[in-house]
Design a protein around this ligand. Structure first.
Ligand SMILES: [Ca+2]
Length: 137
């Protein structure tokens, strides 16, 4: 399976997400899990600049993992618990190390991966072996 992702404004396409030479985020433990890859694909299509400002509760979703402003990060337009203690705008840049740190924090909550609606819809209880099938892990 081929993957597409965006970095520094350019779309990349890779046949395997686990190559050590892949910039900039794919060689990280979180994304290297099949369930993390599936979530990122269905939440943002691997677009690090993905933004959704149309949630019913007035919150917004930011970046490759569509991290929500109500609970996890601070913006200037709606209240936030800011559990990841950072500005939401930092989830829209090309460096996703902080996005991953926050995603790991999200997963620690009782809901786990179910925090991501797209993960529940497209990834939970699905055969995800194709995501890493072509990788030499
Ligand atoms: Ca970031």
């Amino acid at each position: 399976m081929d993957y597409k992702y965006k970095s520094r404004g350019v779309w990349y396409s890779r046949s395997c997400v686990s190559s050590r030479n892949n910039p900039p985020f794919l060689a990280t433990p979180f994304v290297l899990s099949d369930t993390g890859v599936c979530m990122a694909e269905h939440e943002s299509n691997f677009n690090t600049q993905a933004f959704n400002g149309k949630n019913d509760n007035g919150s917004s979703d930011y970046g490759i993992f569509q991290i929500n402003s109500k609970w996890w990060c601070k913006n200037n337009s709606s209240p936030s618990a800011n559990a990841c203690n950072t500005m939401c705008s930092r989830f829209l840049d090309d460096n996703i190390s902080d996005d991953i740190t926050c995603a790991k924090r999200v997963v620690k909550d009782p809901n786990g991966m179910s925090a991501w609606v797209a993960w529940v819809r497209h990834c939970r209880n699905k055969d995800l072996s194709r995501y890493l099938a072509s990788c030499n892990l």
